[in-house]
Design a protein around this ligand. Structure first.
Ligand SMILES: Cc1cc2nc3c(=O)[nH]c(=O)nc-3n(C[C@H](O)[C@H](O)[C@H](O)COP(=O)(O)OP(=O)(O)OC[C@H]3O[C@@H](n4cnc5c(N)ncnc54)[C@H](O)[C@@H]3O)c2cc1C
Length: 371
């Protein structure tokens, strides 16, 4: 277990953050850079496998500046996303070039590297990083009591405040039995390709609809490509697309993604992710909160996931700081803002799906126009 001690060697912390993804690292860096609180972060994985979620808008740049993470640190973990093309609402592709946007270009990230860089920045900012660490026991109280296991050793920690940044697992949200509203049963089937340069690489993000859902292709740093099909869990089951061969065959039947697939080798496997849109009801008066996917998850068509996770991690850090200083009002405001962001997202989602009228009668599209 790698444990970087704070100035005191005690395992009593002001804030413990569970999960070291986009939300957890943003919360940890905010607290480390802007408060004098003692912070620990638990991450159960070593990031030795692919991590999903890769396309972000330019909105993350100002947050990285706030977190004190220089953009040069991301070299090798990012590719500029200059161009986006979509066959959405029509069989023809419509392109959007970032060079004509006042917001500038977004990024395609190698999430494994990106998350590791941010975790390392948190460690260097004096956050006690426990990794790989499993939560064995979690007892609510003031303080919280945690038992953490790693490589056969168990350690006891206390925390005056907890931030649940454990992603979809939402370990504390579930442990505290908070209500979770789930909006759909969206799933993604991803194939990742590692190509030997100078093989073919798509140069832009591509999205294309079918009556059963939509395809997504994006270049990734390090001569890699991500190609995904997004649909509902029941449709996936009915179409039997879980295996690599039928998944590829269905994709080859599309006009634009089919062109890309034809130039890529057959994938050995496809990865299955549940990406249901959902929002949790967070407490307004307890010594914990949640951020990122643990608080709210979004359809990847919105490209909101990573940016919202970082923004909510920063916000949750402020809530923790205020709570520990005796101000309970901020938690109520944060709880409302999570719901408000989800409402705005649902309207945006309706707009996206409403722009595709060709498959109006198909269940996938009908469900989204009706919701
Ligand atoms: C298939 C797919 C495609 C996506 N595409 C995009 C996209 O193009 N653009 C975009 O912006 N977003 C996208 N997203 C969403 C984006 O990846 C997430 O919104 C974002 O990663 C959320 O960050 P997070 O920190 O909340 O959760 P995560 O990044 O999931 O991090 C949670 C961390 O908590 C750790 N953890 C969990 N349980 C425990 C525990 N008990 N103890 C310790 N650690 C624990 C996990 O190991 C993990 O590292 C996509 C998601 C998926 C699944």
């Amino acid at each position: 277990m790698s444990v970087t001690p704070n100035t005191s060697s005690s395992r009593d912390y002001d804030v413990v953050i569970v999960g070291g993804g986009a939300a957890g690292t943003a919360a940890a860096l905010t607290l480390a850079r802007y408060t004098g609180l003692r912070i620990a972060l638990l991450e159960k994985r070593l990031f030795d496998d692919y991590r999903a979620g890769e396309t972000v808008s330019s909105s993350i740049f100002s947050m990285l500046d706030f977190l004190g993470v220089g953009r040069d640190l991301l070299d090798g973990a990012q590719l500029p996303a200059f161009s986006h093309a979509a066959a959405w609402g029509s069989a023809e592709l419509t392109s959007r070039e970032a060079v004509f946007s006042s917001h500038g270009h977004g990024l395609h990230l190698d999430r494994r590297q990106y998350d590791a860089i941010l975790l390392d920045q948190a460690r260097l900012a004096d956050v006690a990083l426990l990794r790989p660490a499993q939560l064995v026991r979690l007892e609510h109280g003031d303080p919280w009591r945690l038992r953490v296991a790693s490589e056969g050793q168990e350690t006891d920690l206390t925390a005056r405040y907890l931030i649940d940044c454990s992603g979809k697992q939402a370990v504390i949200v579930r442990q505290r039995k908070r209500p979770i509203h789930t909006e759909d049963s969206l799933v993604a089937l991803y194939a990742y390709y590692q190509l030997d340069a100078p093989q073919f690489l798509p140069h832009r993000t591509l999205v294309e609809t079918t009556q059963h859902g939509w395809y997504y292709a994006a270049p990734l740093p390090g001569d890699r490509v991500a190609l995904a099909f997004i649909t509902d869990a029941d449709i996936l089951k009915r179409l039997r697309l879980k295996e690599a061969a039928p998944w590829r065959e269905a994709g080859m039947g599309t006009r634009h993604v089919g062109d890309i697939l034809a130039r890529l080798p057959a994938p050995s496997a496809v990865r299955h992710y549940a990406i249901h849109s959902r929002v949790a009801s967070l407490p307004a008066d307890e010594n914990w909160t949640a951020a990122g996917d643990a608080a709210a998850c979004f359809d990847p068509i919105s490209s909101l996931g990573i940016g919202q996770a970082m923004a909510s991690g920063i916000h949750a850090a402020r809530v923790a700081e205020a709570f520990l200083a005796g101000d309970r009002g901020m938690a109520a405001g944060y709880r409302r803002s999570v719901f408000a962001a989800f409402e705005t997202y649902l309207q945006m989602r309706r707009g996206f799906y409403g722009a595709e009228q060709r498959w109006r009668e198909a269940p996938f599209w009908q469900r989204r126009s009706a919701s």
